[in-house]
Design a protein around this ligand. Sequence first.
Ligand code: NAD
Ligand code: 13P
Length: 357
Amino acid sequence: LERHQVAFIGSGAWACAAAKLVARNCQLSSESTGEFEKAVRMWVYEEQIGDRKLTDIINERHENVKYLPGVNIGDNIVACPDLLETVQGADVLVFCTPHQFTRDICRQLRGNVNLDAVAISLTKGMRVRAEGPQLISEMVRKNLNIDCSVLMGANIAKDIGNEELSEATIGYAVPANGELFKRLFETPYFYVQLVPDIAGAEMAGTLKNIVALAAGFVDGLQKGPNTKAAIMRAGLNEMRSLAERIYPTVRDNTFFESCGVADLIATCYGGRNRLVAEAYVHAYQSGSPKCFDILEAELLAGQKLQGVLTSDEVQSILQVRGWEADYPLFTAVNGIINGLLPPTAITEYKSAAITSQ
Ligand code: NAD
Ligand code: 13P
């Protein structure tokens, strides 16, 4: 039997922490079952770090010094700046870039990947088109004409890089592919559950980034745990409602997996969207407001926020369909990030909706 050749597309914080899991399993498998080839190529969006190329540093030190410093991702990860060279000969593709870049990547890959390849997306986000929303897994499936599962969960990159116990959910359509990806990602500190619900897992992973902004506003306003819990509960309800309304196949139970309530908790306490939203409130209250782009650049050292873009994308769906009143928390977050409402509107989201009825 031919060994699977894995290609990893993306090299940010989560991409590197997840690549470390894959590198471990490919190394072990090449010494035992032979299911996976040992070497894993990783496409890196090339940049200069001082006088050196990031790909050269990764290949020499086995560490992404910019996006996941201090973590050895494995000496069988081979960083490559050329996208098409990265996927050449690969039959297992892992997508993990910020969602705003995936479309361009898919366009470049069209016609250039193995027809018998299978894919998985770790990206949390969606695209909005005139015809309606498109999840990243759908984008990969449509553009490349291959099956695409998703892996979503309570997965703060740095902590998984440090081998802290975590869980994730794989959403699959083809059971054999779900099983294959479980073998590729699962380790003694990273447990994987399978659900036959790609849209539910991916919508949960995508929409929780909006709720994380709300949680950051609550923290910035220095409200206590009752308020934060109230906002998270309302957010979870809006996530579930919208996911089930757009994709009627979505299962309620998916929201009780790692990709649902667990990811919501992790992100609302330890994520980047929360951090930047909290800083937004501090700047606003100091009388020198700052926009999210500036805060992202100041606080995240090149890492990318997904929640702000996702909020705008989701809001355009709500507006077109006349659903805004049904999603008052999402709508309040969108008003705040666009400067139409003060951050205090987050704790008044319910009364604003009641008044407008
Ligand atoms: P990141 O935010 O740490 O890094 C940004 C990445 O984007 C870098 O690799 C950078 O090189 C790349 N980039 C910049 N400009 C680009 C361009 N024009 N084209 C292509 N790439 C470009 O990345 P990440 O944390 O790996 O996030 C990827 C996805 O994983 C996101 O959807 C995120 O929501 C999700 N995710 C992140 C975490 C986490 O803790 N960081 C956890 C779970 C899921
Ligand atoms: P942030 O992008 O807000 O850091 O969330 C990371 C995440 O998705 C954890 O599962």
